[in-house]
Design a protein around this ligand. Structure first.
Ligand code: 5MM
Length: 342
C-alpha cells in the first residue's frame, strides 16, 4: 500500500467545485432506468448512453472528478473504438469501479441484507487496477422499518464487510469509497434517520480502525440525514443541512479527506440545495470536503432528454452539463435557486 498515492487520489476525488458521477448501475438497475424511457437495455444501448455522458466535455472537465463504472463498462469501447476509460481519463477525471456483488438477504435477520462480494476480491482488484480504476465502491444497504429494523447485527455485519473490502482496496493501491446507505424509503422522521445514521457511521469507523484501514486514503459515501419519503413531516433544507453536519461531526474522523453524498431518491434540485446549504453555512466547521457522488440526481434529466434517440444527444448532454454545474456550485456553496433557470 502506498498511502501518499492513495491520499493524492482521494484528494483528487474531492477537488473543489467537482464531484463524482455514479454510473455504476448493475444490469438490473440500468434495465429499470431504460424501461422508464422505453429503451431496450442491450450492451450497445448501455454503451451509447454512457459514452454520451462521458463525452459531455464541459461537465466532465469542469465538474466531474471521477466516474464509478460497472464491470461491463470498464471493459467497453466507445463506438469509434476508444476505451470508455480513456474518455474519462482524457477529460481529467478518475475512473472508479463498483466491486460489490449486491445486497443479499442476511441469514437470521428477516427483511435485512448484507452486501456480498469479498470472495476473489483481491484478484478482481488487481485486474481493475490494470484496467485503469484508481478507486472502488462498495454499497451496504441499511433499511429503517419500525423500531426493530435496522438490527445491530445487520449494521455490524455490513460494517465488517465494508472494512474487509476497504483493506483489500488499499492493499491494491485503490481508494475505497465506503457507502453505508441508510435508505430514505420509509415513513420515519428525520430524528430516526439521524440516530440510525450516527450509529451506522460509528460502527463503520470502529471496524475500519479495527481492520487497519487508513482513513487518509478512504472516501465516505453516505446518505444525508433526512426524513423518509413517506413521512408526513418533511424537514426544511436548513434542517437537513444542520442535522447532517451535526451527525457527521459527531461520527466521522477528521483524517478522512472527503465525504461524497448519494442522492438516494431526492429530487435533482433537493439534492443540490441540501449539499449547497451544508457548504454555504458550515464550511468552516467541517474538517473534510463535502461533495456529491450522485447517480439519479445527475442522470435523471439527461436520461429523459435522451430517450434512446441519437438526435436527442445534444439536449441530453446539455441536461447533464446543467446538473453537473449546479452540483459543482453546490460543492462550493455558491448555488442558488435562480441559477436553475439560467
Ligand atoms: C448508480 O446506482 C448505483 C448502483 O446501484 P445498483 O448496484 O443497485 O445497481 C448506486 O450504488 C449508487 O452509486 C448510489 O446508490 C448513489 O446513487 P443515487 O441514485 O442514490 O445518487
Amino acid at each position: 500500500m502506498n498511502l501518499d498515492e492513495l491520499n493524492k487520489i482521494a484528494l483528487g476525488m474531492v477537488t473543489p467545485g467537482k464531484g463524482i458521477l455514479a454510473a455504476d448501475e448493475s444490469s438490473g438497475t440500468i434495465k429499470k432506468r431504460f424501461d422508464s424511457i422505453g429503451v431496450e437495455s442491450t450492451e450497445d444501448t448501455r454503451r451509447d448512453y454512457r459514452e454520451m455522458l462521458f463525452r459531455t466535455e464541459t461537465a466532465m472537465r469542469e465538474h466531474i472528478s471521477g466516474v464509478i463504472l460497472f464491470d461491463e463498462t470498464i471493459r467497453q469501447n466507445a463506438k469509434d473504438g476508444t476505451p470508455l476509460v480513456k474518455l474519462i481519463q482524457d477529460a481529467g477525471a478518475i475512473p472508479g469501479i463498483k466491486v460489490d456483488m449486491g445486497a443479499k438477504p442476511l441469514a437470521g435477520a428477516p427483511g435485512e441484507t448484507v452486501t456480498e462480494g469479498l470472495d476473489g476480491l483481491r484478484e478482481r482488484l488487481a485486474e481493475y487496477h490494470a484496467l485503469g480504476a484508481r478507486f472502488a465502491k462498495w454499497r451496504a444497504v441499511i433499511d429503517i422499518d419500525g423500531a426493530e429494523i435496522p438490527s445491530g447485527y445487520c449494521i455490524a455485519a455490513n460494517a465488517h464487510a465494508l472494512a474487509r473490502y476497504a483493506a483489500l482496496c488499499q492493499e491494491a493501491n485503490i481508494v475505497p469509497i465506503v457507502e453505508p446507505e441508510v435508505l430514505m424509503d420509509g415513513d420515519h422522521d428525520i430524528d430516526r434517520c439521524y440516530d440510525v445514521t450516527e450509529f451506522t457511521l460509528k460502527s463503520l469507523f470502529d471496524e475500519l480502525y479495527a481492520q487497519d484501514v487508513a482513513l487518509e486514503g478512504t472516501i465516505l459515501k453516505p446518505n444525508m440525514v433526512i426524513a423518509g419519503k413517506k413521512c408526513p413531516v418533511q424537514a426544511s433544507v436548513g434542517e437537513v443541512a444542520e442535522k447532517t453536519v451535526k451527525c457527521f461531526r459527531a461520527a466521522v474522523p477528521a483524517a478522512l479527506p472527503g465525504i461524497v453524498f448519494l442522492s438516494g431518491g431526492q429530487s435533482d434540485q433537493e439534492a443540490t440545495a441540501h449539499l449547497n446549504a451544508m457548504n454555504a453555512e458550515y464550511k468552516d466547521q467541517m474538517p473534510w470536503a463535502l461533495s456529491f457522488s450522485y447517480g439519479r440526481a445527475l442522470q435523471a434529466a439527461p436520461l429523459k432528454a435522451w430517450g434512446g434517440k441519437a438526435e436527442n444527444i445534444p439536449a441530453a448532454q446539455g441536461a447533464f452539463a446543467h446538473r453537473a454545474r449546479m452540483n459543482g456550485l453546490a460543492q462550493l456553496g455558491e448555488w442558488s435557486d435562480g441559477l436553475e433557470a439560467a
